[in-house]
Design a protein around this ligand. Sequence first.
Ligand code: ZN
Length: 134
Amino acid sequence: MADFSFADFQAAVSDCLIRHRSVLDVITKFQEASARVNRAVAKSVTVCGCMEINASKQRLPEPADDMSLSDLKQLMSTHIAGELCADCKDALETEVGRCLYYLVALCSVAGINFDEVMTREWERLHMLGLFNMN
Ligand SMILES: [Zn+2]
């Protein structure tokens, strides 16, 4: 991984924000980037076929079943069969990167320190652990 911090990334993104500096441009570009992430996943299924989505209702164990949260995690399905081929993985990584770019751009124009957001989220994850069931 490249040697940079979230603060470095945010500073670089902020420096690049010239043409799309308006918050309206940033939030709509973020929404577009987010949709392109979903499109990349869909195309891996419907165009390439390297992945399949086999979705059904998640079957939770009965409350009487003595099961740990980590056991429960093993039971819950991603609904994905197969795995991304190199091309689809590259496409999805590109779209995730663009999405991250505009998310950080939103932080910049709104005066939010992305590093602080990540630090707070990191601490919340460690504090809640498996109880963070979003
Ligand atoms: Zn593929």
